[in-house]
Design a protein around this ligand. Structure first.
Ligand SMILES: [Mg+2]
Length: 192
C-alpha cells in the first residue's frame, strides 16, 4: 500500500502533462460507460476493451453491476468482438468474479499481481490477448490509478466523469472516494 502510494506520486509527476490533458480533452472523457461508441473504438484501433468496476459499472463495493449496465453489457458484448472485454478492478472480490462467471462468461475478470496504477493488469491483458498495449482501452473513473496505469502501460484510456456513487449505502467509503477523486484532480491541476 505504502509502496503503491509513492509509486503513484512519482508516476503522477512523470505523466503530469498527459494527465492535465485528460482533464481538458473531451475526447478522452466519457460521462457513463453506456455512452461508448463502437465506431469511435474502431476509429482508434481499439481491439480490447478493459473496464474498471467501482464507480464505472456500479457504486463502490456493490457485488453486481447496475441493472442498466447489465443490459448495456449484454448488448455491447455482442456488437464488440466476443471475448474481447475484460474487467480490471482493484477490488476483484469473489462475489464479483462469481457474478461475471455466471452471467457473462465471455467477459474476462482479471486478477492483477499489483493494483493500478501499476501497469501489471493492463500488460497481462495485452499478453493474454496477443495485442500491443496501444490496441487496449481502459475506461476508469480514477486519474491517479486507472488512467495513470494506461499512461505507464502505453494503452489508451477514457476517463469517466460521472461516476456511480451511492452515499446512502456506504457513506464512509463513498465520501473517501469522492475526496480521492477531487484531490487527485486538484493535485494534477494546481500542484504538478
Ligand atoms: Mg473505479
Amino acid at each position: 500500500m505504502c509502496f503503491r502510494f509513492f509509486y503513484a506520486i512519482r508516476e503522477l509527476w512523470c505523466f503530469k502533462a498527459q494527465l492535465k490533458h485528460f482533464m481538458q480533452a473531451p475526447n478522452l472523457q466519457l460521462a457513463n460507460i453506456q455512452d461508448i461508441s463502437k465506431p469511435e473504438l474502431d476509429a482508434h484501433g481499439v481491439s480490447i476493451l478493459v473496464l474498471d468496476y467501482d464507480a464505472v459499472l456500479a457504486a463502490h463495493g456493490e457485488p453486481q453491476p447496475k441493472p442498466e449496465i447489465i443490459v448495456w453489457l449484454r448488448q455491447f458484448s455482442k456488437i464488440f468482438a466476443p471475448g474481447k472485454i475484460y474487467i480490471l478492478s482493484n477490488k476483484p472480490t469473489t462475489a464479483r468474479q462469481k457474478f461475471f462467471l455466471q452471467n457473462f462468461p465471455e467477459v474476462k475478470f482479471i486478477i492483477a499481481k499489483r493494483k493500478k496504477p501499476y501497469p501489471d493488469g493492463l500488460l497481462q491483458i495485452a499478453v493474454e490477448s496477443g495485442v500491443t498495449p496501444k490496441s487496449l482501452l481502459l475506461v476508469d473513473d480514477r486519474l491517479g490509478t486507472g488512467i495513470l496505469a494506461t499512461l505507464i502501460a502505453g494503452t489508451q484510456g477514457l476517463w469517466i466523469t460521472k461516476p456511480y456513487v451511492n452515499i446512502m449505502s456506504r457513506p464512509i467509503a463513498e465520501t473517501w472516494f469522492i475526496f480521492l477523486r477531487w484531490s487527485e484532480q486538484l493535485i494534477i491541476k494546481y500542484f504538478l
